[in-house]
Write a protein that binds this ligand. Structure first.
Ligand code: GLU
Length: 416
């Protein structure tokens, strides 16, 4: 039976594919070092779990309002005001979703239209390398993805001039993700304000419908060189900016699937109602007994977040030091999120100890898994220069990092 073209042309998520494969190998008792999974190894804070268990016991097991319960949306709106300096966000602007990924899906579905035959598709501007799911989701929504290439040398950051050059009258969405998955780097507030000024200017001239979708899921995992900054806090573009976030990374809650989206002002309300309408035909609401846990996480877990941040900071230094010992890998120092993204292309075409000649990041990742038993994500699906890179997640214990990097050192060291 025929499947839809939409699904047939959809790429499989390579982050999930490698992570699932590595987890399956571990289940078979094979000693694989988990540098693939973009998920904290910490347990969810106990108070968060207790809040969900309490709600379950108290019988909070029924349908909830589609966009989320009003109390929890209020807590999120207050968080965005207090921590992110995004003003004009009320509970009504917030839609709670099944993970950050679904928030992105809802927003892009609400903003983009597949064009009628003969008309040009709307454009989604994507600084690359970028997380593997933005591009496929944007395409599923009928958009053309315009990649804005960045390089390791400049910390994988796009310049205002590059952004200005990429904006046309068809530009509908700019996707931002700082700190970045997979790059492990982040923009400074000054750099983001300069990009915001380009958006504001373009909106007044060539691209009146341009919206910034800023995925800030790694906002808490920063190493102190520059503070995290939200583009929604830039007054000139606040009402054309949608902030995406969730609880997965900051609170070690990947499996809970909690994300949210929020714009501000009158347009933000319109967008929230559109996302709510879509959610009403898709998932209804997120799991009912999770709402109190969200409130506890956002208001009472600052110490846990800081403890985990400090661990990630230590691991960032550890893995960066280890990567730097491998000759010919090019890798910027990680400043946010929990990834390093070294350029391994100097090794393409050389023969591994196991007799493979890896000619691409995909083949290299395959060889590393088979021969060194380290799971890494090949960079092709992150776009742009990602094809020369592999992603290592350091969301695992220090001992695993030391062991895994030892294996990688000997893997690359024996390539001829
Ligand atoms: N964001 C994480 C990663 O990149 C989780 C997996 C996914 O959804 O891509 O590994």
């Amino acid at each position: 039976m025929q499947l839809s073209r939409r699904v047939l042309s959809l790429k499989t998520s390579s982050t999930l594919a490698v992570t699932n494969r590595a987890k399956a190998l571990v289940r078979q008792g094979i000693d694989v070092i988990p540098f693939a999974a973009g998920e904290p190894d910490f347990d969810t804070p106990a108070v968060v779990k207790e809040a969900a268990i309490g709600a379950l016991r108290a019988g909070q097991t029924k349908y909830m309002p589609t966009a989320g319960d009003p109390e929890t949306r209020q807590v999120i709106a207050e968080k965005l005001d207090r921590e992110n300096a995004i003003s004009g966000v009320t509970a009504e602007h917030v839609v709670i979703t099944t993970g950050g990924k679904h928030a992105i899906y809802l927003v892009l579905q609400a903003l983009l239209d597949r064009p009628p035959a003969g008309e040009a598709a709307p454009e989604v501007l994507l600084p690359v390398p970028a997380w593997v799911s933005y591009d496929p989701i944007a395409r599923m929504c009928g958009a053309n993805v315009v990649e804005i290439p960045t390089e390791a040398r400049s910390g994988f950051k796009m310049t205002p001039e590059q952004l200005r050059g990429a904006i046309t009258a068809r530009a509908r969405v700019l996707v931002m993700n700082s700190p970045s998955n997979p790059c492990g780097t982040m923009y400074s507030p000054r750099e983001l304000k300069a990009l915001g000024a380009v958006v504001a200017d373009a909106a007044r001239t060539v691209a009146p419908d341009l919206v910034v979708v800023t995925d800030e899921i790694y906002e808490k995992i920063v190493y102190g060189e520059a503070p995290h900054f939200s583009m929604g806090a830039i007054p000139e573009i606040a009402e054309r900016t949608v902030t995406i976030n969730g609880l997965s990374k900051a609170f070690a809650m990947t499996g809970w699937r909690v994300g949210y989206l929020a714009g501000s002002g009158a347009w933000g309300l319109e967008l929230a109602r559109a996302a709510e309408k879509l959610q009403g035909q898709m998932t209804t609401n997120i799991t009912s007994f999770v709402y109190p846990a969200i409130r506890v996480a956002l208001t009472r877990c600052g110490d846990d977040v800081e403890r985990m941040r400090l661990a990630f900071k230590r691991r960032a230094e550890l893995i960066y030091g280890e990567v730097s010992k491998i000759p010919e890998l090019v890798c910027p120092r990680p400043t946010g999120a929990f990834y390093v993204f070294p350029d391994v292309s100097a090794y393409f075409g050389r023969t591994t100890a196991g007799g493979r000649a890896a000619r691409s990041a995909q083949e290299m990742a395959e060889a590393i898994l088979e021969e060194a038993r380290v799971a890494v994500v090949p960079g092709e699906d992150f776009g742009g220069c990602g094809r020369d890179h592999i992603r290592l997640s350091f969301a695992c214990a220090d001992e695993k990092i030391i062991e895994g990097m030892g294996r990688l050192r000997s893997f690359f060291g024996t390539c001829r």
